[in-house]
Ligand binder design. Structure first.
Ligand code: MV4
Length: 447
């Protein structure tokens, strides 16, 4: 096992990883920018190293600074958290070239899934159901029309280098295709330096269902069910839950087995998420994320596992402790993302937190790096906390969420908590009857 791990991240996820390390008897090294000298992750780690000025490009994204911090402190492994360098294959290669372990999948798997066409071709070949669409890239307009006419409209043009909603263009009818195709290509070229695109049938009212998988890197893998992450605004998740309210045990077992077998076949190592659109009781693969996700705690709650400790074990070369037959769902979990944002426009709202009181009690987990008097710097993501509730049933989880939100105190800044009080009154939320467009429509009607 490692004796020291460096956490190449900040905020709540850095704390999450430090906590896992402490319980395993592993020393921790925090890295931070000059804007984060007073941050909780710096205080909670055994050691810390300042790696640069406030802009992430010069600190949390600086590979040379992070490698230097490892060498100075003698850290043997790096946990990247989510965002920043977590899905950067060249960074993983640099880390390995310095004989440091990257706590995550191989550079090859990150590259494979980072290219959305390769990801889809790989998954399709492994028997994972995919959205109908072009076979690989679509090189020109003539090809785009041929593929789309055969499939029928609407279609969506996606950048192979995109993902998470970036570089996508919808063509509702044939008349929209030329503009959609050309703009997807040029925007992708400008954003990613890659203009390769592919085309899919556009699914009109799906849910976003993602399957959590975990591989040992040697050909064994398990699944930990799904999360429903359909409640999103501008491709940012707002609330996530597990299990998915629309997924039956039979569907879960079938798609879970397909996903676990697929990642076992490629000898995937560590935590990963296979994203699907789910419509008319069918799953359609869209993307795979090769990192620990923000919403991993809802899966941890219902399966009673520590995904970060498992990541560390597997990266250190120990046996994966997860066994499919032991992974049994217990109850229901819901996470809400607390952002430092002013409603109704979700305007970032950094500043000084004058009072902070986290909710607690049975089945309540608050992952946050906030404390009384902390000043939220303006340079980073506005996620400042995640409130996760767990209860025997979905109905009880909703009641627990309402209770916990009522205990939450955060003064000095504005947050997204009022949104959750309002959402908990909505029949669609109470009944679990929402799709990927529900929240945006609701916000337009309730702004
Ligand atoms: C789609 C789609 C409909 N049909 N693909 C958006 C983010 C990226 N991960 C994939 N996305 C979508 N792909 C097909 N073939 C609709 C979306 C989409 C979406 C997906 C998940 C959650 C929220 C969304 C909001 C708008 C569009």
């Amino acid at each position: 096992m490692f004796s020291k791990v460096l956490i190449a991240n900040r905020g709540e996820i850095a704390l999450r990883i430090i906590r896992a390390c402490k319980e395993m008897g592993i020393g921790t090294v925090a890295v931070h920018s000059t804007a984060d000298v007073d941050a909780m992750h710096v205080r909670m780690a055994d050691e810390s190293v300042c790696i640069g000025p406030p802009p992430a490009s010069e600190s949390y994204l600086s590979a040379p600074s992070i490698i230097a911090a490892c060498e100075i402190t003698g850290a043997e492994a790096i946990h990247p958290g989510y965002g920043f360098l977590s899905e950067n294959a060249s960074f993983v290669q640099i880390v390995e070239d310095h004989d440091i372990k990257f706590i995550g999948p191989s550079a090859e798997h990150i590259s494979m899934m980072g290219d959305k066409i390769t990801a889809k071709e790989t998954m399709k070949a492994l028997g994972v159901p995919c959205v109908p669409g072009s076979d690989g890239g679509v090189p020109d307009l003539a090809d785009a029309h041929r593929v789309s006419d055969a499939m029928g409209f609407p279609v969506i043009v996606k950048a192979t280098a995109g993902g998470g909603g970036r570089g996508m263009k919808l063509a509702r009818t044939k008349a929209d295709l030329d503009v959609a195709f050309q703009s997807a290509r040029s925007e992708s070229k400008a954003a990613f330096g890659n203009d390769e695109v592919y085309i899919e049938k556009y699914l009109t009212l799906p849910r976003h269902i993602e399957v959590q998988i975990f591989g040992d890197g040697k050909g064994r893998a398990v699944h930990l069910g799904e999360r429903d992450c359909s409640l999103q605004r501008r491709h940012q998740k707002v609330l996530e839950e597990a299990p998915g309210p629309s997924i039956t045990p039979e569907m879960r077992a079938r798609i879970g087995k397909t996903c676990a077998e697929a990642v076992a076949a490629i000898k995937y190592s560590g935590a990963g998420t296979i994203e699907f659109l789910f419509e008319n009781d069918e799953f359609y693969f869209i993307e795979m994320n090769t990192r620990l996700q923000v919403e991993h705690p809802v899966t941890e709650a219902i399966f009673g596992v520590d995904l970060v400790q498992e990541q560390i074990r597997v990266a250190a070369g120990e046996e994966m402790s997860l066994r499919q037959e032991n992974l049994v769902i217990n109850g229901h979990a819901i996470e809400v993302r607390i952002n430092a944002e002013r409603l109704p426009n979700f305007t970032p709202c950094p500043g000084r937190v004058t009072q902070y009181h986290a909710p607690g009690g049975l089945g309540v987990r608050m992952d946050s790096a906030l404390y009384d008097g902390y000043s939220i710097p303006p340079y980073y993501d506005s996620l400042i906390g995640k409130l996760i509730v767990h209860a025997p049933t979905r109905k009880e989880a909703l009641a627990r969420l309402k209770r916990a939100l009522g205990e939450f105190v955060i003064d000095g800044i504005e947050t997204t908590t009022p949104l959750f009080h309002a959402l908990l009154q909505e029949p669609a939320i109470i009944d679990g009857n929402y799709d990927i467009h529900w929240l945006e429509k609701w916000l337009s009607a309730n702004g």
